[in-house]
Design a protein around this ligand. Structure first.
Ligand code: HEC
Length: 157
């Protein structure tokens, strides 16, 4: 009797753990593949939108004009110096076309991973300057000025 109860308890426990693990996406560094340490995240970014993003890896801000305007201003402050005012590319590559050094950038999860964890050289981790909610806003702006082939826009699927 006791053993059955114990086993039932273990089974229920495992079910709980696996549901929790499936509910969330795992964010990884674009270069090393190591899991991103979210403890570096600046305060204030754990919004409803970010929580939603952590469920399915899709940016809930895409297409939201008000948020895109905010994202544009954040982009101008933190990214345009290297990527150009229209994300046409400068020191860093263009971000509005459909060519990606890191093809993972075609998904919102992948784009977030490049922003949060950084890539090579001058592309340092952006958690230094922006919280996770602001990163989603910047991403929504970048998607809004996309000039590439829509069939390659995986984030729309
Ligand atoms: C100091 C200059 C600098 C700043 C500031 C900067 N970047 Fe970058 N970024 C770069 C460079 C250089 C690369 C190329 C790195 C590589 O190839 O690994 C890059 C790469 C990227 C990539 C990968 C592009 C691809 O084709 O795969 C994305 C996305 C990106 N940056 C977004 C941003 C965003 C958004 C911001 C602002 C939050 C930002 N960067 C701020 C210099 C910068």
């Amino acid at each position: 009797m006791k053993l059955t109860q114990l086993l039932a308890g273990i089974l229920a426990g495992t079910a709980l753990i696996s549901t929790a693990a499936h509910a969330e996406i795992t964010l990884r560094n674009a270069i090393t593949g190591e899991q991103l340490d979210m403890s570096f995240a600046k305060k204030g970014g754990d919004t409803e939108a970010f929580k939603q993003f952590m469920q399915d890896g899709k940016n809930p801000y895409n297409g939201n004009e008000e948020v895109i305007a905010e994202g544009e201003s954040l982009y101008m402050t933190g990214c345009s110096g290297c990527h150009g005012h229209e994300a046409e590319g400068k020191l860093g590559p263009a971000l509005a076309d459909d060519y990606w050094t890191y093809p993972s950038g075609e998904t919102d999860k992948g784009l977030f991973e490049i922003l949060f964890g950084g890539a090579q050289g001058m592309m340092g981790p952006q958690y230094v300057n922006f919280n996770t909610d602001e990163m989603l806003k910047i991403m929504a702006f970048i998607r809004s000025i996309y000039t590439g082939d829509t069939s390659k826009a995986k984030w729309l699927k």
